[in-house]
Write a protein that binds this ligand. Structure first.
Ligand code: NAI
Length: 485
């Protein structure tokens, strides 16, 4: 699609509007940014200049293109300036009444062919459309922050959007270099609903007394995520993250998985909003605390016995064998278990250690035991942790001691993410492939949750979730119909 000659209107010169205007202008479009605040417009112009200047400094943009790009952008405090736009994207305050008013005024002044889109992250696209005389040309285009960096755009139709509008909107987004994923108009669309358990489980673990640096370290070093849930919520801002959770929660009645976490509410109430206020989960005025790694003065044991059945632990056994530890097969052991001296160590399955007779230690899950650099372990009181710690140190794995908590940390988060994703697929929010792609592109997850769940085993996933649901007596963990099959 030829972008030259395409006139894009952007409403709102805030964080998102600026990013959208910048990528539209970079793609060659003519852009008009409207904001009711002259101050926001002036700040916006300076901010876009600075953003492009940084790109030049990093060698990502030729210096002579900078003025060409800024030359394509007009800043205006009159809505009328958008009258001959071909596509208008709204990115103003997240209020249904105000968005409706703006679109009602806008549809009177733009041409009949102009597409109108909202960047709302939590309101219903249908509810905004219901205020319009011509709702067929209206859709949702949900960008991610920072817009120039994040490649995903969720495209959402209202119940009245014309298919040709979806096609044209998708073509423009693709021409801007975005990956478009069509999502149903459900609260939080794909990313903001499916990724919710990542934060919710982080706060639940915090509420159970686990140190935040231990939770974050496990989710990064065993879970394979780029940043832990608590550090990420401090980066996003507790108020913003909690508002997103609250909005999904308020629009979904009765799904326990979306219950709000009191630990996060308390931070917001105290004004501990994260990096921007200097304190959130962490005190950002000080160096962040180190995880409580276990230490050992003893040498690593010379051999272990393992159950040979196919197990997620296989990658770990191979690593241990490659480091010179003798890994003996003993099929008398239960599956997903190994024995160190007289100590039986089992992979967690959602039950607490207290409900696992004959097991002395429970190992928390890793996305990939062949590459994990830290693992969590729960041990019976009085168990000597030295041999296990020493053995893991030998293969570059740090160990963290966890309380006897159902699902420990990583397992509980990962099975709940996969559960949420399967549920979304089951409800037709998007295809399983698109849900996975959205989480990777829009939330920086290392792997799609459904792809992970299939590799882990849908049956194993459902068993873990049922254990969690029964031990915690919470419907929040009931397996989605898709994983229960
Ligand atoms: P922001 O607060 O940075 O900017 C909003 C801008 O809209 C301000 O400049 C304000 O002056 C202007 N504005 C407010 N009411 C207006 C009106 N009636 N007419 C014209 N201009 C008006 O907000 P931000 O963060 O850019 O969010 C905008 C929208 O994008 C919201 O709907 C939000 O939910 C959505 N969104 C935000 C994301 C984020 O990470 N900040 C991510 C994805 C979507």
């Amino acid at each position: 699609m030829d972008m030259i000659g395409l006139h894009i209107g952007v409403i709102g010169a805030g964080t998102m509007g600026l990013g959208i205007a910048q990528i539209a202008a970079q793609a060659g479009c003519r852009v008009t940014v409207f904001d009711q605040s002259a101050q926001a417009l002036a700040r916006g112009g300076a901010a876009m200049d600075a953003a492009l200047e940084r790109m030049v400094a990093k060698g990502r943009l030729a210096a002579d293109l900078r003025s060409e790009i800024t030359g394509r952008v007009r800043w205006d405090d009159q809505l009328h300036a958008l009258s001959n736009a071909h596509l208008v994207i709204e990115a103003i305050v997240e209020r249904l009444d105000i968005k409706r008013d703006v679109f009602s005024a806008l549809e009177q002044i733009v041409g009949a062919d102009c597409i109108l889109a909202t960047n709302t992250s939590s309101l219903s696209v249908d509810a905004i459309a219901s205020a319009l005389r011509w709702p067929d040309r209206f859709c949702g285009l949900h960008f991610f922050n920072p817009v120039p960096v994040m490649r995903l755009v969720e495209l959402i139709a209202s119940s009245r959007t014309a298919p040709s509008v979806m096609t044209r909107a998708a073509k423009v987004m693709t021409a801007w270099g975005k990956q478009v994923i069509v999502a149903r108009d459900v609260p939080g669309f794909i990313v903001n609903s499916v990724a919710r358990p990542y934060y919710a489980e982080g706060f639940a673990a915090l509420g159970d007394g686990i140190a935040p640096q231990d939770i974050d370290a496990l989710m990064v070093e065993a879970g394979g995520f780029r940043i832990g849930p608590l550090a990420l919520s401090d980066l996003i801002g507790q108020d913003i993250n909690y508002a997103a959770a609250a909005s999904v929660h308020s629009r979904i009645a009765g799904i326990a998985r979306f219950e709000l976490r009191r630990e996060q509410a308390a931070l917001v109430e105290r004004g501990d909003l994260g990096q921007k206020t200097g304190r959130g989960v962490y005190d950002h005025g000080k160096p962040l605390p180190l995880p409580n790694w276990l230490t050992s003065e003893k040498p690593a044991p010379a051999h272990i016995q393992v159950h040979a059945a196919d197990s997620p632990l296989q990658g770990l056994f191979t690593r241990l064998a490659n480091s010179g530890i003798c890994v003996e097969r003993n099929d008398a052991l239960p599956p997903d278990c190994f024995k160190l001296g007289e100590c039986v160590i089992a992979l967690g399955d959602g039950l607490p250690l207290a409900a696992r007779p004959g097991v002395d230690m429970l190992l928390d899950l890793a996305r990939d035991f062949a590459t994990a650099t830290a693992l969590g372990v729960t041990a019976l009181r009085g168990t000597d942790l030295n041999p296990l710690t020493a053995m893991f140190h030998r293969v570059g794995i740090n160990l963290l001691l966890l309380p006897d908590r159902p699902g420990q940390v990583v397992l509980r988060s990962m099975v709940q993410l996969a559960n949420a994703a399967l549920d979304a697929a089951n409800h037709g929010v998007a295809s399983p492939e698109d849900i996975d792609k959205a989480l990777i592109l829009g939330a920086n997850h290392p792997q799609g949750p459904i792809d992970w769940g299939c590799g882990y085993g849908i049956e194993r996933l459902a068993v873990n979730l049922r254990h969690l649901a029964s031990v915690l007596q919470s419907d929040a963990y009931l397996p989605s119909a898709a994983s229960a099959k």
